[in-house]
Design a protein around this ligand. Sequence first.
Ligand code: PLP
Length: 284
Amino acid sequence: MNIVYLNGQFIPEEEAKISVFDRGFLFGDSVYEVIPYYRGVGFRLEEHIERLGHSLRAVRIKNECNWHAIMDQLVEQNGGGNLSVYLQVTRGSAGKRSHAYDNSLEPTVFACCSPIKDIWQAGADEITPLRAIVTEDLRWHRCDIKSTCLLPNILVLQQAKDEGVEEALFSRDDKLTEGSACNLFLVKRGVLFTPKRSSEILGGITRELILELADEHAIQYQEIDIDYERMLAADEVWVSSSTRGIIPVVEVDGHPIGDGNKGPVWQKMFELFTEFQRKLMTGQ
Ligand code: PLP
């Protein structure tokens, strides 16, 4: 039986109910986070909580919960181990449908978890590379807010699937921004490139860690605009996210990237990333 958290209570998922007038349901008036827990320990928990704070502030929803305690307890109640926690905060319900809202609304807080693979134990050979398409970025200009308004992300991912590939990359004004639920990196002559942080992309927790690791291990990187031609001419393309880690993209719009295989810089970063995870989780 899965235990979920809803507005102060830990309850079986079948018992969790919210109002049909909840603004998260009616308007997508809500934000969320997805946090991996390995062996019952939150990975970069503080960074996720900080980003949740940024999203809540940006959309002016109250931020009054002890997120740390809610997530730790939820994971514990679901048996610990390797779990991904989904946390959503909506503006709440006023018992009617109206675009305008009252500041006194109590937010609806919901969290649940689901099993995830332990990336650091899986190893590089178990990572299946992706093929991607590039699609126009039709999202709003506040992609730094982790909002639940994910229709564009859902539709492009489905379009990718319909075209027989696994991922969709967004392009706005001939600049690649990010993937449907991931950040974008490319490698050219050993140097790492990624779009700079702005309101056009989500400030990924994994993206930040990759740049930290690059700094520590003398891998050169630049945060720059990436256009379509630059991407196709890259030696390697990767995407990153908390639940999937760092995954190589070996084909874009039917064109092979580099030699069409997982690249050596990806291999190196994957090892650094999984070693970082291993140390954190085992304390060694
Ligand atoms: N960009 C988008 C649009 C995302 O939805 C996500 C994760 O869900 C990311 C980037 C990667 O962020 P993180 O590394 O924090 O998971």
